[in-house]
Design a protein around this ligand. Structure first.
Ligand code: KG4
Ligand code: ZN
Length: 393
C-alpha cells in the first residue's frame, strides 16, 4: 500500500519553534490526562487510597504509608547504627542482613499504625528506592516491593534516592513550587540541583571528592567519636570555640560551583596528630566547632554562588547533613523566607520521601516494570549545567 502525503501538512513544512511548542503543549495536556486516568485506575472501585514507600539504600530500613492526598498515615524507621558502630562505618553485608530481618516486621507495624487491615484493597502503589546506594541493601527493598506489588496486584515504581531527598521538601513545605535550588548534602552526596519542575532536574555543581557527611564522619573518627559522626560533631561544636583552629574553607574564593572536602578532613587530621604527638590533650569541642565553621561556610558560599549564576533565589536543603544545626542557622540567616529546610527527621533517610517522590513520578510517567533492578550508582542528573545554560535560567 502506498501512503499519500497531503501537501501543506507535511511535518517538515512547519516552523520548528511552533512545532516544538505545540508538541510540548500536547505532551503536557496528555500527561495531565494520564495522571488523572492513573489515579482513577488505582482508585476504581477498590478505594485504594495509599502508597507504600520502601527505603533500604544504606543502613536505615524505612517503611511509610502516605495517602494519595499526601496525608502521612505512617512512617517507621529501623536504624542499624548500633550494629555498625563497632566497625566505625557501614558494613555492606551486615546492612543487607539487617534490612532482611527488619523489613517485614516494620511493614506490619506501619500497616497497623496506619489502620490498614486489607492492604490488597487499600494500597494502590508500591514505591521503592532503586539507587544510588549499596547493592545488597537496595536488593532487599526492591525484591520486597516486587513481591508485595504482585501479591496486592498493584503497580510499583522505582525511585531515585536523591529525588526522594528533594521531595522531603515537598512534604515539609506545603505549596512549595519549583524552580528552586536544592542542596543535597548527605553521607554519599554533596550536590546543588536545579529543580525546574518536579521531575526536571539539572546538576549545578557537586563535590570533586568526599561528600560533606563523609567528611563529618571521618573527622569524628579522627577525634575518636562514635559513628555516625555528624550528629556528635554538631553537638560538640556548640560547646567549642570556632576560632580556635584556622581550618581552610574548601574551594573558598574559586569561581566554580563545586565542593571539595578531602583537604579539610586532612587539615583536621594533621592538626589533631600534631597535638597528640606533642602529648597534649585534644580540645575536641574546639576542633569540632572550627571544622564545622569551615564546612558550613563552604556549603553556604557555593550555594550563594549557584543562586547568583542561575538567578534562582529559592533554596531547599535536604539529606542527612541538613539536620546540622549550624548549617540550618546559616541558611536561614542568609536566605530568610527563601530558605526551605525540612525537619531533621525528614532530612535523614526515610521512606516517606520515597512514597512522595514515587507517587509524583507515577502520576507523570506510570509505573516501573517488574524487571526493574537496583542501580547502586544511579544518578539524578549527570550533566553539569554549562555557564550559558545557567545564565539562561
Ligand atoms: O541522608 P543520610 O541519612 O544518608 C545518606 O543518604 O547518606 O545522611 C547521613 C549522613 C551521615 O554522614 C551523618 O553523619 C550525617 O548525614 N548527619 C549529620 C547530622 N546528622 C546526620 N551531619 C552533620 N550534622 C548533623 N546533625
Ligand atoms: Zn540519603
Amino acid at each position: 500500500m502506498r501512503l499519500r502525503q497531503v501537501p501543506g501538512l507535511r511535518r517538515k513544512d512547519a516552523d520548528p519553534r511552533v512545532r516544538a511548542a505545540a508538541s510540548e503543549a500536547v505532551k503536557e495536556l496528555f500527561g495531565l490526562l494520564l495522571g488523572v486516568f492513573r489515579l482513577r485506575q488505582i482508585d476504581s472501585g477498590l478505594s485504594r487510597a495509599a502508597v507504600l514507600g520502601i527505603e533500604t539504600s544504606c543502613d536505615d530500613t524505612g517503611i511509610a504509608l502516605m495517602g494519595f492526598d499526601g496525608k502521612v498515615l505512617a512512617s517507621l524507621l529501623s536504624s542499624q547504627i548500633k550494629d555498625h558502630a563497632a566497625f566505625g562505618g557501614v558494613v555492606p553485608e551486615l546492612a543487607s542482613r539487617k534490612h532482611q530481618e527488619a523489613i517485614l516486621p516494620l511493614l506490619r507495624a506501619a500497616l497497623s499504625d496506619a489502620g490498614i487491615t486489607e492492604p490488597a484493597r487499600e494500597i494502590g502503589l508500591v514505591a521503592v528506592t532503586t539507587g544510588p546506594g549499596l547493592m545488597g541493601s537496595l536488593l532487599v527493598g526492591v525484591m520486597t516491593a516486587k513481591g508485595l506489588a504482585q501479591a496486592w496486584n498493584c503497580p510499583m515504581i522505582g525511585v531515585n534516592h536523591i529525588e526522594g531527598h528533594i521531595f522531603a521538601n515537598r512534604i515539609a513545605h506545603e505549596g512549595l513550587a519549583p524552580p528552586f535550588l536544592c542542596l543535597v548534602v548527605s553521607g554519599g552526596h554533596t550536590e546543588i540541583i536545579l529543580v525546574r519542575a518536579w521531575g526536571d532536574y539539572s546538576m549545578v555543581g557537586r563535590t570533586r571528592d568526599d561528600a560533606a557527611g563523609e567528611c563529618y564522619d571521618k573527622v569524628a573518627r579522627i577525634l575518636g567519636l562514635p559513628y555516625p559522626g555528624g550528629p556528635e560533631v554538631d553537638r560538640l561544636a556548640s560547646q567549642g570555640d570556632p576560632e580556635a583552629f584556622d581550618f581552610p574553607v574548601p574551594m573558598n574564593g574559586t569561581s566554580g560551583v563545586e565542593f571539595s572536602f578531602s583537604g579539610l578532613k586532612t587539615a583536621v587530621f594533621w592538626a589533631v596528630s600534631r597535638i597528640r604527638r606533642e602529648g597534649m590533650e585534644v580540645p575536641v569541642a574546639d576542633v569540632c566547632a572550627s571544622f564545622q565553621k569551615a564546612a558550613v561556610s563552604s556549603l553556604l558560599g557555593k550555594v550563594c554562588l549557584a543562586s547568583g549564576v542561575t538567578g534562582v533565589g529559592k533554596i531547599c536543603l535536604s539529606g542527612g547533613v541538613s539536620a546540622n544545626s549550624a548549617l540550618r542557622a546559616a541558611f536561614r540567616s542568609r536566605f530568610g523566607v527563601n530558605a526551605f529546610i525540612p525537619p531533621a527527621e525528614l532530612c535523614t533517610d526515610n521512606a516517606l520521601m520515597i512514597a512522595a517522590a514515587g507517587l509524583n513520578r507515577f502520576l507523570r510517567e506510570g509505573g516501573s516494570s517488574l524487571d526493574i533492578a537496583p542501580d547502586p550508582s544511579a544518578t539524578l542528573s549527570d550533566r553539569i549545567l554549562s555557564k550559558n545554560e545557567r545564565n539562561g535560567q
